[in-house]
Design a protein around this ligand. Structure first.
Ligand code: 5GP
Ligand code: MN
Length: 323
């Protein structure tokens, strides 16, 4: 019996939650489990609650069934399944659904996850929550083609199309099994990962144009202000990929991308190549993530935010060079 099947014994109502600003792995894992339960356990009343997901993911079945606001009367689910959310706070406005549920299952791959569920499956070595689902939570034999599309999406997004250091032989083997199910793997990658709208390209161009190198060109940062976001008509959902483009600048170890969410409040995304553990830097400022990809929210003037981050990065670079 798969772990999910075990947890679903006697369950009549279930809810699935992910993290705020849901990304490909979050949406893929939530819709993956949703599709699986709909296929295999049709008697269970199950709902997904997420912040509004990007339209580019609408090829996944049941995308339109995602609920984006809390119901007026808070339901008490028999089981709450939290996916890809490194901590409770990242569940955002949907946290009450977890607190009110009778039982909970947390599935994640964030190294900073302390295990806030009744049952926790946390695999920091896994590329993505979708990989953990395939490997440890679902019965591979019972995964439908529609579920496979969702899981493949999550793996593709969190590995940056099998590029990041979190990609393992196991990741590739699982992706291979999903491909063998006949999913449109090429379209999934093009349409959900590489394709950009015109304004998304414009805002990325603007960010690259205004980027600044520091710490002897080993770091690079760029900031997009609220007024620029308004000018181009973009939202947080349009910022995907900017920090990854900064990271591949020749000679750069660490890339930082900030965008303003309110007056003197910034979402921070960090990436590193070989040395800096950005999850440590992010965790220091109340965020989290992975060694090579992490984020947090910071307040203050841009100059101070960059200076504060820079101090931590410089310290890690110094320690590494003295080893
Ligand atoms: P991104 O830079 O793409 O927003 O995030 C990179 C990684 O760090 C993702 O795995 C994301 O889930 C995680 N992350 C980003 N921001 C936060 C945060 O504020 N708190 C925690 N715990 N993790 C974060
Ligand atoms: Mn993930």
């Amino acid at each position: 019996m798969s772990l999910l099947e075990e947890k679903l014994q006697g369950v009549k109502t279930a809810v699935i939650l992910g993290h705020i600003h849901p990304d490909g792995d979050c949406i893929g894992s939530c819709l993956g489990v949703y599709n699986y339960v709909k296929d295999e356990f049709p008697g269970i009343d199950i709902n997904i609650y997420l912040e509004p997901p990007a339209e580019k993911f609408s090829y996944m079945r049941y995308f339109d069934e995602i609920k984006t606001s809390l119901p007026k009367e808070l339901p008490q689910a028999d089981l709450c399944i939290c996916l890809d959310s490194g901590d409770k706070d990242r569940l955002g406005g949907f946290l009450p659904l977890l607190e009110n549920a009778k039982d909970s299952l947390v599935v994640d791959h964030h190294i900073t996850n302390i295990g806030y569920g009744r049952r926790n499956v946390i695999a920091p070595d896994a590329s993505s929550t979708c990989e953990v689902l395939y490997d440890q939570v679902l019965d591979a034999e019972k995964i439908s083609r529609e579920t496979a599309v969702c899981l493949y999406t999550g793996i593709v997004h969190d590995t940056g199309v099998f590029q990041h250091s979190n990609t393992s032989g196991k990741t590739m083997a699982i992706a291979g099994k999903l491909i063998d199910m006949g999913i449109p793997f090429s379209d999934i990658i093009t349409d959900s990962f590489y394709k950009k709208t015109y304004v998304q390209n414009q805002i990325m161009g603007r960010a690259l144009l205004e980027s600044v190198c520091f710490l002897d060109n080993r770091c690079i940062f760029s900031v997009i202000r609220k007024r620029d976001m308004d000018f181009y008509g973009v939202t947080s959902k349009d910022m995907d990929g900017i920090v990854d483009q900064l990271r591949v600048t020749e000679g750069v170890e660490c890339a930082i991308f900030l965008y303003e969410t309110a007056f003197q409040e910034f979402r921070v995304s960090m990436r590193s190549n070989h040395i800096v553990d950005v999850s440590k830097v992010a965790a220091y400022f109340g965020g989290g993530g992975h060694i090579r990809a992490a984020g947090c929210t910071m307040s203050g003037r841009i100059h101070d935010v960059i200076n504060n981050l820079s101090l931590h990065i410089e310290e890690q670079l110094k320690t590494a060079s003295s080893l």
